[in-house]
Ligand binder design. Structure first.
Ligand code: TYM
Length: 332
């Protein structure tokens, strides 16, 4: 059976990249697959988080998932720290994974920056925890944005090494699902850098709580180049801003980039932006207002997380017992 697992960090500023690279695809996948969606709070604290903000951001992620259309009754939505198997399996994987493997992780290099010696040990070991998240449920497919691909390759390496170290075919080899036309949404201020939660410029990202005025302002101010839009995908090469805005349009309208080029090729950015604003507002505004409504009832969001965590734990616990047995750790 296919088991879909994915996660989002509760670090605030959920943006169009998180929506198009992840959540929007999850909404489609849940139609015919069993899915587990995790708010990865243990990942978030690899960089210091203010406790009140962490609680608020955790609820915000749940609200975003539900407002986008994830069915919390059919699928599992929960927060990672509530299921102790994540941290337990991560420790076992700390002992399976190799320092050399982690040293190659580009996300660590980007996040730690120049001051590597001062990064938390958790930030370095982060991909081992991510492998544990998925493999604790024997997840087979992981829908993510393109930036997570390397972490999923590491997850495969860890699963393979565990299986061969213990001479058992226990963990599946996970498959990344990098779907749609906006697998790497770029900053609206710079088509060469990824749209991110931590970019100091608010104008670099459309967030999931922006109202229609903010959405139009940010798109109107988005960086462009001086030429009209191209007629075909090939001519997008070397035009990162055009590529980004057209890919966003394609993803928001569930169509191919090619079709967007055919439709808008030859138009100036200003005209295209007006169309993009209308589309973005039509898709995002209902989600935004539903998020605001849900966030007004934090008790209900907490209830959803609590029920989800129990269901997740019911799946994780027996697997964790089996893993302990395989490794030789005495337990019940
Ligand atoms: P996080 O919280 O950074 O991002 C959540 C999801 O959003 C995607 N994403 C993007 N997609 C397209 N364009 C962008 N600019 C963009 N920015 C973010 C990410 O690819 C991701 O799918 N390590 C993960 C969280 C995680 C996880 C897991 C994911 C922890 N355990 C297990 C899958 C399975 C992360 O930091 O995502």
């Amino acid at each position: 059976m296919d088991i879909i697992f994915s996660g989002i960090q509760p670090t605030g500023n959920l943006h169009l990249g998180n929506y198009l690279g992840a959540i929007r695809n999850w909404v489609q996948l849940q139609k015919d697959k069993f899915c587990i969606f995790c708010v990865v709070d243990l990942h978030a604290i690899t960089v210091w988080q203010a406790p009140d903000k962490l609680r608020q951001h955790t609820r915000e992620v749940v609200a975003a998932m539900i407002a986008s259309g994830i069915d919390s009754e059919k699928q599992i939505i929960f927060n990672q720290s509530r299921v102790s198997g994540h941290a337990e399996l991560a420790w076992i994987f700390n002992c399976v994974s190799r320092i050399g493997w982690l040293n190659r992780m580009t996300q660590f290099k980007e996040k730690a920056g120049r001051n590597r010696e001062n990064a938390s040990v958790g930030l370095f070991a982060y991909p081992n925890l991510m492998a544990a998240d998925i493999l604790l449920y024997k997840g087979t497919q992981v829908p993510v944005g393109a930036d997570q691909k390397q972490h999923l390759e590491l997850t495969r390496d860890i699963a393979q090494k565990f299986n061969s170290d213990f001479g058992i075919d226990f963990f599946p080899i996970v498959e990344p699902l990098i779907l749609g036309e906006a697998t790497r949404v770029m900053s609206l201020r710079d088509g060469m850098s990824k749209m991110s939660k931590s970019d100091p410029s608010e104008l670099s990202r459309v967030t999931m709580v922006d109202d229609s005025d903010l959405i139009s302002k940010k798109i109107r101010k988005a960086k462009t180049d001086p030429n009209p839009l191209p007629h075909d995908v090939r001519s997008l090469e070397g035009r990162p801003e055009a590529q980004n805005l057209m890919a966003i349009f394609a993803a928001l309208s569930d169509t191919k980039l090619e079709i967007v080029c055919e439709r808008f090729g030859g138009l100036p950015f200003s005209k295209f932006k007006e169309e993009l604003i209308d589309l973005a507002v039509a898709v995002l505004s209902p989600i935004q207002s539903e998020m605001v409504r849900l966030l007004n009832d934090p008790a209900e969001l907490d209830r959803i997380l609590s029920v989800g965590s129990e269901r997740a734990n019911a799946l994780a616990y027996p697997t964790m017992q089996e893993i302990k047995k395989i490794v030789g750790l005495l337990s019940e």
